[in-house]
Design a protein around this ligand. Structure first.
Ligand SMILES: [Zn+2]
Length: 83
């Protein structure tokens, strides 16, 4: 157990998850907010190649991209709430 004297800083990230009706697809991607364009392009390519569907970048952004907060430097760490 380590003493944590710092406030937990968070950074904003973008997350996209493949949400087609195809079962078994676990495509999920998270990037920094600045990488929005790349995130959209990678997702569009994935959907086109893996699922044979054409989406515009705009559609992907509207329907699949979520903004999430992640702790700086602790992205692997699950935050537990205990009483
Ligand atoms: Zn997929």
């Amino acid at each position: 157990m380590t003493a944590n004297v710092h406030d937990e800083e968070t950074t904003t990230a973008l997350e996209v998850a493949c949400d087609t009706a195809v079962s078994g697809c676990v495509f999920k991607l998270r990037t920094e907010e600045d990488d929005r364009g790349r995130l959209l392009e990678i997702t569009r390519d994935h959907v086109a190649e893996q699922h044979g569907k054409e989406f515009t970048l705009e559609e992907i952004e509207e329907q699949h991209v979520e903004t999430v907060s992640v702790p700086v430097g602790e992205q692997e760490h699950e935050h537990e709430h205990k009483q």
